[in-house]
Ligand binder design. Structure first.
Ligand code: ZN
Length: 185
């Protein structure tokens, strides 16, 4: 009986070592995370909109441009949910018509530089990580011909005790992957 248990334990530790090895190999071969530059003013606006609308969810659209190699994304503008938005604790429906007009206005005023990059939304009672629904949303945006965002961004503002945490993700063709968020003036 003792023998069997010892054998089982050593097989288990061999398996653990193998899993560790695979995990380390995956980390080394993984592409580096994309860098997302966010204006401090946009971060502050997201947090204040998230706070104002809590316990309901809110969100909007992110505009900006990508670096030539697509490794960095620079957010220049933030669009909120709009005057006709409907908000609930676990979802919100933006005022799409108003948002389209805002996107067009910013695009023109930026000299056709700032285009649609993706979305942002709050998790008033959750973590700053994408839900399965968020993954599906990113998939839909990526597949949408008109969106012009093959690797859409998703920025999430989540309530953590008395503060709000912010994190950025980028769709890699399969799911939303964590991106490095850096603030710029
Ligand atoms: Zn979400």
């Amino acid at each position: 009986m003792d023998n069997v248990r010892t054998k089982g334990a050593s097989e288990l530790s061999a398996l653990r070592r193998l899993i560790d090895l695979v995990r380390r190999w995956l980390t080394r071969t993984r592409k580096p995370d994309a860098v997302v530059w966010l204006p401090t003013s946009a971060r502050d606006k997201m947090v204040s909109l998230a706070r104002e609308n809590s316990p309901n969810e809110t969100g909007g659209v992110l505009l900006g441009y990508e670096s030539a190699d697509a490794a960095a994304v620079v957010i220049t503008d933030l669009v909120d949910a709009g005057p006709g938005a409907k908000r609930k604790p676990s979802e919100f429906l933006p005022d799409g018509y108003w948002q389209e007009q805002e996107i067009a206005r910013i695009y023109t005023e930026s000299g056709r530089r700032s285009t649609y990059l993706g979305d942002w939304h709050s998790h008033p009672a959750g973590v700053a990580a994408p839900s399965r629904k968020d993954d599906r949303t990113a998939q839909k945006i990526s597949a949408h011909v008109d969106a012009r965002a093959r690797s859409p961004l998703m920025v999430i503002v989540a309530k953590h005790r008395d503060t709000w945490r912010i994190a950025a993700y980028r769709f890699d063709g399969k799911r939303l992957r964590h991106a490095k968020l850096k603030l710029h003036a």
